[in-house]
Design a protein around this ligand. Structure first.
Ligand code: ATP
Length: 800
């Protein structure tokens, strides 16, 4: 792991930087670029950023010459400081230059990105009303009218068009695979509701003699991996059931006492939405939960449930339901067969295809039909349909920005600033970060430290959100990224380490926020979450596996709406990652220079805090985006260094001694080794250090197949520290990170509870290779064959 960060800490002078740096080592090309970059700063901003050719494909990472092609190295002799010019800041602070010694992209982009003139036709949008309507799919007029008038859904999406008639007419199992945001939830809910309603309504909508009510039996169980998703499904179902108010749904998802869940079940429920663990518990312990009438079992986000370690729970649930004799009529004597399916139907839903979906299919499906947006016959042309389902929505514009590590933080701020520069252009943005510690840190760093003076009156909604005690530490006005057009931008954070009420309240605050809003989050928000008006997804840290990337960017461009996703990559081997990403349209390169120039075109509103001696702005620094970037970075670093608080003894780890694989620790780190553990340290500095450590550990958890692009030995710790506003990398990262054994996230047998991204790794492979438990072995074999066929079609993305 390259670690010469300390050698790059140059001082800044009062005036603009001079180009006196003598660059040594590395390739001549890198040295020339670094010299040019330094000169550029000396001469002020260039009106146009450097140009590259976006049409040229990204080069594969070079692995034969170590990291010499990636970084301009300044050779060190022992612990000697670099021979670099020093410039003392007025404040006496020391900071390195952001724009020197950066590795250059191996991809040559000679032209800045040109936005596509013609947006692609949306691939997950509702079909045209003239061509399709819900009634024509076999739904009753009552349901179709309710959808059109109350939910403003006049036409089905493609997956709904293919699924609804199938599940209304046929009683076979189904595997639903369609793009993110294509309406899979309603695709399975509508036929279930339609058929349960048919127990009490004739085809013309007149009531039957038979009365069905909440105590008539539990007819459907829907399983989803997280409480948030269960609640989201329940909200959609409740809206649909307003046209059949005699039917009742409820959730059993934990987060409240089992007693109150039992009480709701006892009162009677027709459709139950549950997390697998909680349902398995109730099946064991809640006598009133009778599954004899259950005709549908839906497994939503099936691959995620497997990843979270719910395999055993699902086996138990499937086994228990199948073991219970199917009742032909309910206890009131209502005949169920004929109206409801005459067998138990399992529906498995997934947007992406992974090995664990195959296993889940074996556990739960029998002779399932594969339904995609383009066709409803699994056996025909499976290859094409699977690949289509795997891609991101076609209208989703994907961009990738190759940013040197030192410039990541200021580029993120610049991107957000330009995003919110115009009123109404972007209302909601999600930033995906690898681990919870890093989410916490970035939230603390980017939030306004005190209530800002708002030129405009805050909206009623935002005022209400501030008052919610559950969101006190997760929702706050943002600093840095506001603009005259958007003086209020609300920052939110969400990860799996937060308490459930806080998670729910934060998500609700983000969904309902009327002001422009940013959600900083881990992969906990990558699946199934349907937040209206998300216009932009920023993958500040790339996903741990390609399917996760598809889910993350799928939080935007839903149901035919436009959306944009920006992926941050480091120069070097990470650039090759774009070649394995499924994209309906080419991933457009976006130059970080352009982003900085655009975002920092005007002065960044640096909040004056008691902890910061904000970077002085000279006449010249006001004029250049490079100087603004430097000033912003300096300001952030100063915030971490000022106003110390006391570090609890257990929070600050002593730096590890020299590790033969990692090179020497810097002089400063060695010095800090002997310091007392109660040395006063700013809590923000602590958070930055912790975030840095967790980030590096999380980096090592990319799936094995993708580690050629995310090679931890290529990470430059000194440069990466800058991305956390740190002057140097902290200790306590651990020497074994790079060599830790990792299981792909798609592998079976991972344990539940690791929902906040790969932070810290720790995923265990404890697959015991059992057969299929209580599931019919023959049926499992047949399903295995079919799923394998589909998996082969998606082999490009197979994991493990
Ligand atoms: N027929 C329709 N017309 C208009 N909007 C629709 C229609 N069907 C679904 N939607 C909307 O599309 C959005 C996405 O639906 P849904 O959450 O079911 O997608 P999904 O396919 O499950 O996505 P993911 O794979 O990301 O979970 C929702 O906001 C939903 O209200």
């Amino acid at each position: 792991m390259a670690d010469d960060g300390m050698l790059l800490n140059f001082e800044l002078g009062d005036g603009p930087l001079t180009s006196q740096v003598k660059f040594k080592g590395g390739r001549w090309r890198d040295r020339v670029k670094a010299q040019r970059s330094a000169k550029q700063q000396h001469n002020g901003p260039s009106s146009t950023p450097p140009t590259r050719d976006p049409t040229r494909p990204a080069k594969r990472p070079r692995t034969d010459d170590g990291d010499s092609h990636r970084y301009t190295k300044i050779p060190r002799t022992g612990d000697e400081a670099p021979k670099a010019p020093s410039h003392a800041m007025k404040t006496g602070q020391i900071s390195s230059s952001l724009f020197t010694s950066n590795p250059t992209a191996v991809t040559d982009f000679d032209q800045p990105t040109v936005e596509e003139a013609e947006p692609a036709k949306p691939s997950n949008a509702p079909l045209s009303e003239e061509a399709e309507n819900f009634q024509a799919l076999g739904l009753s007029r009552r349901v179709a009218q309710h959808l059109a008038t109350k939910l403003e859904m006049k036409a089905p999406t493609a997956i709904q068009k293919n699924t609804v008639p199938q599940l209304i007419k046929e009683d076979s199992d189904a595997f639903l695979q369609a793009e993110t945001g294509s309406g899979k939830t309603l695709a399975y809910l509508l036929p279930i509701v339609h058929r349960i309603m048919a127990l009490s309504l004739n085809e013309d909508g007149t009531p039957k003699d038979t009365k069905v009510h909440r105590n008539s039996g539990l007819f459907a169980i829907i399983l989803a991996p997280t409480r948030e998703l269960c609640k989201q499904i329940a909200v959609v179902l409740e809206k649909v059931l307003r046209c059949a108010p005699w039917l009742v749904c409820t959730t059993v998802i934990g987060g409240e006492s089992k007693k109150s869940e039992k009480a709701r079940i006892r009162k009677g429920v027709n459709i139950l939405i549950a997390t697998p663990g909680r349902l398995a518990d109730h099946l064991d312990n809640t006598k009133v939960l009778n599954v004899g009438t259950v005709r549908w079992l839906v497994l939503d986000e099936g691959d995620r449930m497997m990843e979270m370690g719910f395999e055993d729970d699902i086996r138990t649930i499937v086994g228990k339901i199948r073991a219970d004799k199917l009742l032909k009529e309910n206890p009131d004597g209502v005949v169920l067969d004929g109206v409801l399916p005459s067998r138990r139907v399992t529906v498995l839903c997934s947007a992406t295809m992974k090995m664990n979906v195959q296993k889940l299919g074996e556990i739960s499906l029998e002779d399932a039909i594969h339904i995609t947006a383009s066709k409803s016959e699994m056996d025909k042309d499976a290859e094409g349909s699977t690949e289509a389902a795997f891609a991101a929505p076609s209208q989703l514009k994907q961009a990738c920005i190759v940013v040197p590590a030192k410039l990541r933080l200021v580029t993120l701020i610049a991107l957000l600033k330009s995003t919110f520069a115009r009123k109404g252009s972007v209302m909601k943005a999600i930033i995906f970060i690898s681990c919870a510690d890093s989410v916490d840190f970035h939230y603390e760093l980017l939030k306004d430290t005190k209530t800002p003076e708002r030129p405009e009156k805050p909206t009623e909604e935002s005022t209400k959100q501030q008052r919610n005690p559950h969101t006190d530490t997760t929702v706050a006005p943002a600093a840095y990224v506001t603009s005259p057009a958007n003086p209020t931008v609300i920052l939110h954070k969400l990860h799996g380490s937060l308490a459930q009420p806080v998670r729910s309240a934060t998500l609700n605050a983000f969904s309902t926020c009327k002001d422009p809003a940013v959600l900083i989050t881990t992969d906990i928000s990558s699946r199934g979450l349907d937040v209206p008006a998300v216009d932009l997804v920023i993958e500040y840290d790339p996903a741990f596996a390609v399917p996760d990337h598809v889910h993350r960017i799928g939080r935007t461009a839903r149901a035919g709406r436009p959306g944009k996703a920006v992926l941050f990559l480091l120069p070097g081997c990470e650039e090759g990652y774009t070649t394995i990403l499924p994209a309906a349209t080419p991933i457009a390169p976006q130059l970080y220079e352009s982003t900085l120039q655009k975002g920092l075109a005007s002065t960044v509103n640096l909040p004056t805090t008691t902890t910061s001696t904000a970077a002085p702005e000279t006449t010249e620094t006001k004029q250049t985006w490079t100087s603004r970037a430097e000033a912003l970075q300096l300001h952030l670093e100063q915030r971490l260094l000022a106003t110390p608080g006391f570090v609890p003894e257990d929070m600050e780890e002593a730096p590890k001694p020299k590790d033969k694989n990692k090179g020497k620790w810097s002089k400063q780190q060695q010095q800090s080794k002997g310091k007392p553990k109660t040395e006063p340290v700013n809590p923000l500095l602590n958070a930055g250090r912790q975030a840095f450590r967790s980030h590096i550990r999380a980096y090592a958890t990319h799936v094995r197949e993708e580690r050629v692009y995310f090679d931890i030995t290529q990470l430059h710790l000194g440069h990466m520290a800058k991305a956390f506003a740190l002057r140097e990398p902290p200790g306590g990262i651990g020497g074994g990170v790079a060599r830790r054994a990792h299981k792909p996230s798609g592998s079976a047998g991972e344990k539940k509870g690791k929902t906040s991204g790969g932070g810290g790794g720790g995923k265990r492979d404890d697959d015991d290779g059992d057969g299929v438990g209580q599931v019919d072995e023959e049926a499992a074999k047949r399903m295995r064959m079919k799923m394998k066929m589909m998996m082969n079609a998606a082999s490009e993305f197979n994991i493990g």
